[in-house]
Design a protein around this ligand. Structure first.
Ligand code: ZN
Length: 218
């Protein structure tokens, strides 16, 4: 339906939007989620192409954040409300992405995303292990994110850390706690049928141990 009068066109569009708001928003959110990477790439291109035009406003914003405490307080509060309300799911997903990215980076620093004991490579099953124990204590003192940031910034040494999968980490813990039981447990990774494509990645090429049961770790 074409309107010659732009005002009528606008009114029609507005009414259409109001009527189908929920559906349109849902569609948009789904589209954004499924096309996240390509949208971000486009955004980056757009930013670099128009940098000169955008930068002054961005700089002015941060200058104001630094110099105007009232403005800063309001913006911080707004962001917090968004994070805890409307943007809850988005913020949670974003935190998770950051967490996995940092976990990967730390593991690369430690020699790769691979259990040093059995060779498992599924990131969901891998953990950063404190070779001499004390991991729980260290993580109790600070959030995990802070632990990762310190490592990535080089503020915390990685000498006493390595990468283990959860089962191997459990065994290491038990052997540290009960030294006389060293060698009493072993793990054998077995490819389980149902969710094979996912657990296949957990399957090490040369398994020394076997772990039957499906990995369900995030
Ligand atoms: Zn392992």
């Amino acid at each position: 339906m074409a309107y010659k009068d732009p005002r009528r066109r606008r009114d029609y569009d507005k009414a259409y939007y109001e009527k189908n708001k929920a559906q349109l928003t849902e569609y948009q959110e789904r589209y954004r989620a499924t096309n996240r990477d390509s949208l971000l790439a486009k955004q980056r291109v757009r930013w670099h192409r128009n940098k000169d035009r955008y930068l002054p406003a961005v700089r002015a914003y941060y200058r104001r954040m630094r110099s105007d405490p009232e403005f800063r307080r309001k913006r911080t509060l707004e962001r917090k409300r968004w994070r805890q309300g409307k943007g809850r799911e988005l913020a949670r997903a974003s935190r998770k992405r950051t967490y996995l990215k940092e976990k990967s980076k730390v593991m690369e620093m430690l020699g790769g995303k691979r259990c040093v004991s059995c060779g498992a490579t599924d990131l969901r099953a891998l953990e950063i292990n404190h070779k001499n124990g004390g991991g729980a204590k260290e993580l109790k003192m600070q959030p995990r994110a802070r632990f990762y940031t310190m490592i990535l910034k080089g503020e915390r040494s990685v000498q006493d850390l390595n990468v283990l999968c959860r089962p191997c980490n459990g065994i290491e813990y038990l052997e540290r706690k009960y030294p006389n039981l060293k060698g009493a447990w072993s793990i054998r990774w077995v490819l389980s049928g149902a969710s094979s494509s996912r657990s296949a990645r957990a399957q090490p090429s040369s398994a020394r141990h076997s772990w039957s049961g499906r990995g369900r770790w995030e």
